[in-house]
Ligand binder design. Structure first.
Ligand code: NAD
Length: 456
């Protein structure tokens, strides 16, 4: 691919035609995407099964249903979201109308990650379309069947001058980044996010970077242990731990560590996260499988570590006692390994988290109101849950995004619309009254009035 990509030029022309400024036009486009999503659901499910053995049911609940929520939200809320918003007047312009108009940026680039290949490429694309943009989307080459399935679905849904799916790997992404986009939305690792940010800076292109990190889970003595282990194991083992907001490591109070470990192991056994089971999947490729192997200190394995290298299968693996010096604590795990760390004092635990890069998610288990308040006010993280894991992503009224090294910007629902819009301020002045004191030369009387009006 070179920078004369005809689809890019066609998108520039298509956007300039002004068609996407029409709200009904956008709603029709979203309806076509919804129809295509229904028609292609089984292709999607097969594709992802071929890529890393994820079951159709898991794909349905963790990707397809969330895409439908976004589509339905925009289809019914777009007229309200896109309406000009009136704001309070200031004293100097009481007769004018003051309002904000949301305008689309133009031609956007969306680069997706492989772990939820449909959701992470199509969800931002849906927000881009709702806000009136066109999009070139590049799904991840690490889920190649899913990438082809997205291309097929989008070519059925909308013309290429509106949404074009670029199929390819790093060279394709790099060639695209040489073009001047009006907005770039990237989902992936923090390292690649830095490259994207640098490339966008050359053209002063605004970006959203949805990145990763090590998301902590804290379990305090007042936690309901049997509920906590269910919710932690579910959050960690969905997609075999290959979830950006999965609990990465678990910090447990020393007084409950033994009971917690026992309940955790029982819960893993009960849920049957076994090879070929409906609720589990394989590691995406050999490179990541081997990377995970290097993170497991066999002396600390208290459960799991069963493997099938032919399928890149790794069973849920619990490591205890873990310290910050262990290999598993030096990078985002992105796999079914659960390191358990022990703390004595909650403030020390907070300090250990605060002294490291800000995570994408954080989870707290416990009933003590002061501790809950401290967790949500003192720690900095993208978003999270108290007494649950992952569920904050399921509500489109909550903004989703990272902070610090886990990302820049947010989306979902209204926040996705706002992210893909420039909010243009307009002051529409009245013509029927225009006092002469506004204009020079300013006599003493005019100065007095101006000082009064301008409030100084
Ligand atoms: P990745 O960074 O390897 O790849 C993401 C995208 O970037 C792909 O489309 C890829 O083609 C492209 N890319 C890779 N190298 C590039 C380069 N040198 N120049 C330009 N583009 C390049 O990420 P991944 O392995 O697909 O996903 C895993 C990571 O993504 C984890 O860190 C995870 O936490 C993070 N993630 C974050 C979110 C979120 O919403 N915040 C969601 C899923 C995954």
């Amino acid at each position: 691919m070179n920078s004369d990509l005809p689809q890019y030029k066609n998108q520039l022309d298509f956007f300039a035609s002004g068609k996407t400024l029409d709200i009904n036009y956008r709603i029709q486009a979203l309806k076509k995407i919804k129809q295509a999503l229904n028609a292609h659901q089984s292709n999607f499910e097969q594709a992802i099964y071929q890529d890393f053995g994820k079951s159709p049911f898991s794909t349905e609940i963790s990707e397809i249903s969330l895409l439908h929520h976004e589509l339905d939200y925009y289809i019914s809320h777009l007229p309200k979201l896109s309406k000009a918003k009136k704001v309070k007047k200031n004293a100097a312009n009481l007769l004018a109308s003051h309002y904000i108009v949301a305008e689309p940026f133009g031609v956007t680039l969306i680069l997706g990650a492989w772990n939820y290949p449909f959701l992470l490429t199509l969800n931002p694309m849906i927000a881009a379309i709702a806000a009136g943009n066109t999009a070139i989307i590049k799904p991840s080459e690490q889920a190649p069947h899913a990438m082809e399935a997205i291309k097929k679905m989008m070519s059925d849904a909308l013309p290429e001058e509106y949404v074009y799916t670029a199929v390819g790997g790093v060279e394709t992404a790099s060639a695209l980044l040489e073009l001047r986009f009006d907005f770039i939305f990237f989902t992936g690792s923090t390292n690649i996010g830095q490259i994207i940010y640098e490339k966008a800076a050359k053209n002063l292109t605004p970006v959203v970077l949805e990145l990763g990190g090590k998301s902590p889970t804290i379990v305090t003595p007042s936690a309901d242990l049997s509920l906590a282990v269910k919710r932690i194991v579910f959050g960690k083992m969905l997609n075999a731990g290959q979830t950006c907001i999965a609990p990465d490591y678990i910090y447990v109070h020393s007084s409950i560590a033994d009971a917690f470990n026992e309940a955790l192991i029982q819960e893993i056994k009960r849920s049957s996260y076994t090879e070929n089971s409906e609720q589990f999947c394989n590691i995406v490729n050999e490179k990541h499988y081997k990377r995970l192997e290097t993170l497991i200190n066999e002396e600390k394995v208290i459960y799991g570590n069963e493997k099938n290298p032919d399928k890149n299968f790794l069973s849920p693996t619990v490591l205890y006692p873990t310290t910050w010096d262990d290999a598993v604590m030096q990078q985002e795990i992105f796999g079914p390994i659960m390191p358990i760390l022990v703390y004595e004092d909650l403030n020390e635990c907070f300090q250990a988290i605060l002294s490291r890069p800000k995570p994408l998610a954080a989870y707290f288990f416990g009933k003590n109101e002061d501790e809950i308040k401290s967790f949500s006010r003192k720690l900095s993280f993208g978003g999270g849950c108290i007494n649950d894991t992952l569920m904050h992503i399921s509500n489109i009224h909550l903004p989703f995004g990272g902070v610090g090294q886990s990302g820049i910007g947010k989306y979902h629902g209204k926040y996705g619309f706002d992210t893909f819009s420039h909010h243009k301020s307009i002051l529409e002045q009245s013509n029927w009254f225009d006092p002469s004191f506004k204009y020079p030369p300013f006599g003493e009387g005019a100065k007095k009035i101006l000082r009064l009006v301008l409030n100084f």
